[in-house]
Design a protein. Structure first.
Lengths: 298, 425
């Protein structure tokens, strides 16, 4: 195998489509290719990971499963960098390439990795310019294709067309997406990617019997979201204006996540777990709530 | 100084890799739908369940667009879906349906009936581990729960194999020497949602390879018959059941004949088992399904290091290809059966079956190692295969191995931290 690409993003950002655009382009280029996504129960905003493997062997031994040792990582959403469960940079090989979709200069983003090449581009901005909408999949696929250093524009163009037609995008919208892909493809410069290496060997351990307090599948610990802050994929953040608030408590009753509590100064929102559904905003009888945009890359 | 070879130093590509010439990128689910379309099935009773849904969605879309001529009905449950599948097959229709995990178990009673009616439907099962605890990821407990139903059971490793084995399944099931339904299994996610190059056979060639179903005694207006009758004289039950067993055994020969034909038409070779570097190997892994790909990669790497290893993949699980397994494994130093299922209180199902198959063989392997791994979506890596080879060498000297669970230190650490979070102890 030559290229192990791992895409990280959130449900709805088009990470799966991007992995398929890259898959199509590599396939049209003549490489043996495999792409696939992994997600749990489908949900917009939840972390999603997708993969594209590209091989130049003529009779390849197919590989399967999660890519633990990518040489190319495409990050659709900067906010995932600090998610300890997603851990998007895990296993990225030395001298590999990390692409971040960001409006900031990449040297302003802390990744904790100084042994990899980091490339950034504002795909939201480019998408708004060429398509007039925030579509990430085409840009992510185009950037990935260029970063492999293996794919020519003709193959990528075919790859974008095939995938977008399959999901029902045609006509002017398809043309705009192709212009977007071309712009992304031209802005990015490929660098050599290291040949994939196996991860460090891991020890196999023995599992012993343990008592039922640990081994029956149930959660008894309230507040078990200490590690995964379920509010981190919020798109809109509700803001309460305490001067307007009458402390009636209706927002507390309607909040489906139970993340609003009454304090002496009024209702308080636990932003670490608020998912931004805006039911509080809709239900407040005195319109004391407002909201602002949270995740720029959504 | 040694330098890592850089990709940019490789020659730019000029021609297409031969193995993908004419192939299309598609998921295992879409490959399964294509097989149903190419087999020109008449009827598709359906009920959605992850990770199978894409199969019936794809078929439904083709039918709506007029690209495929079949009747698709959504039923109220898998039990009704399977009942509709079996009964319409008895009327002479070629029937395709698909389910997964909990759905398969919800319709389970009907599996025994459909096989008993001798209705040759093809049911695709997209493997997903069975609750509780609930997950969407695959193992083979759902598939193997059907092993005593009378269905022909086939397992797939690649998206191409999904398409091809469904066509072969119709050939075998509808053969009057067999007349039993088939389940073709593909692993959730690792095949169902994974796209790979798949070559689509020509529809005319499929028509010629797979003739229209010729039902022996179909339901006909004005010609009443009773099927699935009550047998109140006990010897009748034994007689009918044993006939099912003998018909199932016929499926091995019929499958092999069909494979020869398949190769003549489509230039791809299949058999009831697949031997990967087995013939001259001293240590052999036995496994099935999509993770066989990971096993093959491990075998290839270990071979390069001089280890005498091989892998035997079971493509057919019912009927059990006893002779093929015996001939492949006799004389080996050690065999490890990797079960992606667990029968609590026993261990792995395949281990028991492979061991009993080898027990009476004169030159049987010195040891058969029971290994349980990759259940509920847990992955396998080359590390696990290396560990199994070490154990095979150890137990080959002496010992009575107990079932070994493949669990890595890093995975245990992850479990420990999640337990802490969930139960706070």
């Amino acid at each position: 195998m030559l290229i192990y690409t791992r895409f990280h993003g959130r449900g709805g950002q088009g990470v799966k489509t991007a992995s398929r655009i890259l898959g199509n382009a590599a396939h049209f280029e003549g490489y043996y290719t495999q792409d696939f996504p992994i997600y749990g129960a489908e949900r917009r905003g939840a972390p999603v990971v997708a993969f594209t493997r590209i091989s130049d062997e003529s009779l390849p031994v197919p590989e399967r499963g999660y890519i633990f040792n990518p040489n190319l990582i495409i990050l659709a959403d900067e906010s995932l960098l600090n998610d300890p469960i997603v851990n998007p940079l895990a296993g990225l090989q030395r001298n590999g390439t990390l692409f971040i979709n960001t409006g900031k200069p990449v040297d302003k983003i802390f990744t904790g990795r100084d042994d990899v090449r980091i490339v950034g581009e504002d795909l939201i901005g480019l998408s708004l310019k060429y398509v007039g909408k925030t579509i990430l999949s085409t840009g992510l696929g185009a950037v990935a294709a260029k970063l492999t250093g293996l794919i020519r524009w003709v193959s990528l163009e075919e790859g974008v067309k095939e995938e977008l037609l399959e999901i029902g995008i045609r006509g002017e919208m398809l043309e705009k997406n192709i212009l977007l892909a071309k712009a992304c493809f031209e802005r990015i410069y490929p660098a050599s990617l290291p040949m994939p290496k196996l991860a460090e060997p891991k020890k196999i351990v023995k599992i012993n019997w343990m008592p039922p307090n640990l081994t029956i599948p149930e959660i008894r610990n309230v507040g078990n979201t200490r590690v995964r802050k379920t509010g981190n994929w919020r798109i809109f953040k509700p803001i309460l204006n305490l001067e307007k608030c009458t402390k009636c408590g209706i927002c507390i009753i309607y909040c489906p996540e139970g993340v609003i509590t009454m304090t002496s100064s009024g209702p308080e929102i636990d932003y670490e777990n608020c998912k931004g559904c805006l039911i509080c905003f809709n239900e407040c009888p005195v319109k004391a709530f407002n909201y602002i945009r949270e995740v720029e890359a959504a | 100084m040694m330098r890592t070879k850089l990709i940019s130093e490789l020659k730019p590509r000029r021609e297409i890799t031969p193995s993908i010439t004419g192939a299309k990128m598609m998921t295992g689910n879409v490959a399964a739908a294509w097989a149903a379309r190419l087999a020109e099935v008449d009827y598709i009773p359906a009920y959605p369940i992850t990770p199978q849904t894409e199969i019936v969605e794809t078929l439904s879309q083709w039918i709506a667009l007029g690209e495929m001529n079949a009747k698709l009905t959504f039923l109220d449950s898998e039990h009704s879906m399977l009942t509709a599948a079996g009964t319409s097959s008895l009327a002479g229709a070629r029937v395709f349906t698909a389910t997964s995990s909990q759905g398969l178990l919800y319709g389970f009673e009907m599996l025994y009936n459909i096989a008993g009616w001798r209705a040759p439907i093809v049911l695709v099962n997209v493997s997903r581990a069975v609750a509780a605890p609930i997950t969407l990821e695959p193992d083979h407990n759902d598939f193997l729960s059907t092993r005593d139903t009378g269905f022909i059971l086939l397992q797939t490793e690649t998206c191409q194999e999904v398409l091809d084995l469904i066509l072969l399944a119709y050939r075998v099931s509808e053969d009057h020497r067999v007349l039993l339904p088939s389940i073709v299994n593909l692993d959730g996610f690792h095949l169902s949602f994974t796209r790979e190059p798949v070559k689509l056979p020509d529809v005319e060639e499929v028509r010629s390879f797979l003739a229209r179903y010729n039902p022996p005694y179909p339901f006909r207006a004005g010609k009443p018959s009773a099927k699935g009758v009550a047998v109140l004289r006990p010897p009748l039950y034994s007689f009918y059941k044993y006939q099912m067993h003998l018909s199932s055994l016929n499926a091995i020969k019929v499958f092999k004949e069909a494979c020869d034909d398949f190769e003549a038409y489509f230039a791809r070779r299949y058999d009831v088992v697949e031997k990967y570097m087995v013939d001259d190997a001293e240590y052999v892994f036995v496994m099935m399904g999509s993770f066989t790909s990971i096993g093959k990669k491990a075998v290839k790497m270990m071979r390069e290091e001089g280890l005498s290893v091989g892998l035997l993949k079971l493509r057919m699980v019912r009927p059990f290809p006893t002779q093929d397994i015996r001939r492949a494994l006799e004389g080996k130093k050690a065999v490890a059966v990797i079960d992606q299922n667990i029968s609590p209180g026993l261990g792995g199902t395949l281990f028991a079956e492979v061991s009993s198959t080898l027990y009476n063989v004169e030159k049987k392997p010195k040891v058969i190692l029971p290994v349980i791994g990759a259940i509920g979506g847990k992955t396998l890596s080359v590390d696990e295969f290396r560990y199994i080879v070490e154990l095979m060498m150890k137990y080959e000297q002496r010992g009575e191995p107990e079932p070994i669970l493949l669990f890595r230190e890093d995975e245990l650490r992850e479990v420990e931290s999640l337990l802490k979070l969930g139960v706070g102890e």
